[in-house]
Design a protein. Structure first.
Length: 491
């Protein structure tokens, strides 16, 4: 064989080895095989089941790894959906254990408070809710059950401490008042709360949840987060009473509200009000986030470069999943949604190639940009969740007999609830004004300390005293004692 011919053969083999996923999008078996490959690659990013690692979370948060705590919740929700759509139980025990391990204080583990937002907590709550709606394997009886965990998240977020009168109501983005973003009320935090309320209402037939969903929709619409054309904008700052809305649009904000509206449509037996809202949201979501029928993230997916952060790199998968569920429970939008999702998934699988991801895993590594017809070299857990969510979403249409719609407690749901779940809803209290009795007590304590300190100082040498009160020393001590908690970035 000539040298030129050998080179051509080698190039051909290299091209074949890195080719896109080979999948027939009309075949349930083919989709499931491809989804398995993508999911296996996704799990290569997870090491929480290894000795010395923390179960349930992806590596992070920055600078210790790329991922914030919430994306672990998104991962397990994606895998609950994967099991539900494909029937593959390989990662069910891992998923169950992870969702249970991180569930302290209704998914508010105290060691994550420095980056804990209502949206972060809510993502874990939605994964628990999904587990209840799909009859995912229940935890041991001594642990909180899926429905109760979702109720606990909802109850903590419905607490009066989370709903002040600034901007006329609504949830703040962050939970602790010390976190950057506490002064921001946004669509993702309130959209998730709306979504959970709608789903809990349908699952339990309890109007308390639907009342909260209606109230939250009205608030978002009232301040302009949702406009007359069903654009869903990011949010507003409390300093100006949310009068100036940040007009950035992210796909997962629109999709989580759309899914919530679809559940309200279903719960109200297809009411005219929710029918109009669902159709309006579908039309705008598909036109804005699926130009030419392929999912994009316009806020950061620019023509010549990607400006998305790690969070934003994962949005497409949630959008596919939530749109597919919306199509199931609101049949009036089934056709436009599923037609678009199929076209988008066809583009998504072309972004995957048999090349090594950052962990050395070389099968079905998927990129972020789906509009180029190939792998863009930008690999990550979010990108794997995107492709996986796209593939499994199609099984709603391709394998409808196997992929049943979300159940309720009257249509086969087995998860045990607790309407009073939530425990201490105030375990992260906002800063409160000092009361008079506190001032009196503090004054007495201060006086005693001063007396003791004066006595001690009397016996200390002048050099030590001067060293302690030097300006340089005071600056160092002040820095050590201030303890200001701040998030690394304003996500």
């Amino acid at each position: 064989m000539s040298t030129n011919m050998s080179l051509l053969v080698l190039l051909g083999l290299a091209s074949l080895s890195s080719a896109a996923l080979d999948v027939d999008l009309d075949s349930p078996d083919s989709i499931k095989t491809a989804a398995k490959a993508v999911a296996s690659n996704l799990l290569s990013y997870y090491s929480g089941d290894e000795p010395g690692k923390t179960p349930g979370i992806l590596p992070g948060p920055p600078p210790n790894g790329d991922y914030y705590w919430w994306e672990g919740g998104a991962l397990w929700g994606t895998l609950v959906e994967y099991w539900h759509q494909t029937g593959d139980t390989e990662w069910n025990n891992l998923t169950e254990a992870s969702l249970v391990f991180q569930s302290d204080n209704s998914y508010q583990p105290e060691n994550w408070t420095i980056s804990l937002g209502n949206d972060d907590q809510g993502f874990w709550g939605m994964s628990a809710m999904l587990a209840a709606e799909t009859n995912f394997q229940n935890p041991p009886s001594e642990d909180s059950q899926w429905l109760a965990l979702a109720q606990g998240v909802f109850n903590t977020q419905a607490s009066p401490d989370r709903h002040d009168n600034v901007c006329g109501g609504g949830l703040r983005w962050q939970i602790p008042s010390t976190n950057v973003g506490y002064n921001y009320k946004n669509s993702i935090a309130n959209g998730i709360f709306f979504n959970l309320g709608a789903r809990l209402a349908r699952y339990t037939s309890n109007d308390t949840y639907s009342d909260w969903a209606v109230k939250t929709w009205d608030w978002m619409e009232g301040i302009g987060i949702i406009d007359d054309h069903y654009n869903v904008f990011d949010g507003g700052h409390v300093e100006d009473n949310c009068t100036t809305i940040t007009k950035i649009q992210f796909s997962y904000c629109a999709a989580v509200i759309l899914e919530g509206a679809a559940f309200m449509y279903n719960y109200t037996d297809g009411s005219e009000l929710w029918s109009g809202r669902v159709q309006g949201l579908v039309n705008r979501t598909l036109s804005y986030f699926f130009p030419n029928g392929v999912a994009v993230e316009p806020a950061c997916e620019i023509d010549n470069k990607i400006q998305c952060d790690t969070d934003q790199l994962s949005f497409k998968g949630y959008v596919h999943r939530w749109l597919a569920t919306s199509a199931q429970i609101a049949p009036i939008v089934y056709e436009p949604i599923m037609t678009t999702l199929k076209n988008s998934t066809a583009a998504a699988v072309k972004s995957c190639a048999n090349v090594a991801n950052p962990n050395g895993y070389s099968t079905a590594t998927c990129g972020f940009r789906w509009t180029t017809g190939g792998y863009d070299g930008l690999a990550g857990a979010g990108q794997q969740m995107n492709a996986l969510g796209a593939l499994t979403s199609l099984l709603v249409a391709v394998d409808p007999q196997s992929v049943v719609a979300p159940v309720t407690n009257t249509s086969g749901g087995t998860s045990v609830g607790n309407p009073n779940a939530g425990g201490d809803t105030n375990f992260i209290k906002p800063l409160s004004p000092v009361q008079m009795k506190d001032r009196v007590g503090a004054g007495i304590l201060t006086a005693l300390i001063l007396v003791l300190l004066s006595s001690a100082l009397f016996w200390m040498c002048t050099e030590v005293v001067e060293g302690w009160f030097s300006q340089e020393s005071l600056s160092e001590k002040s820095a050590l004692m201030s303890g200001a908690i701040e998030r690394e970035s304003f996500r």
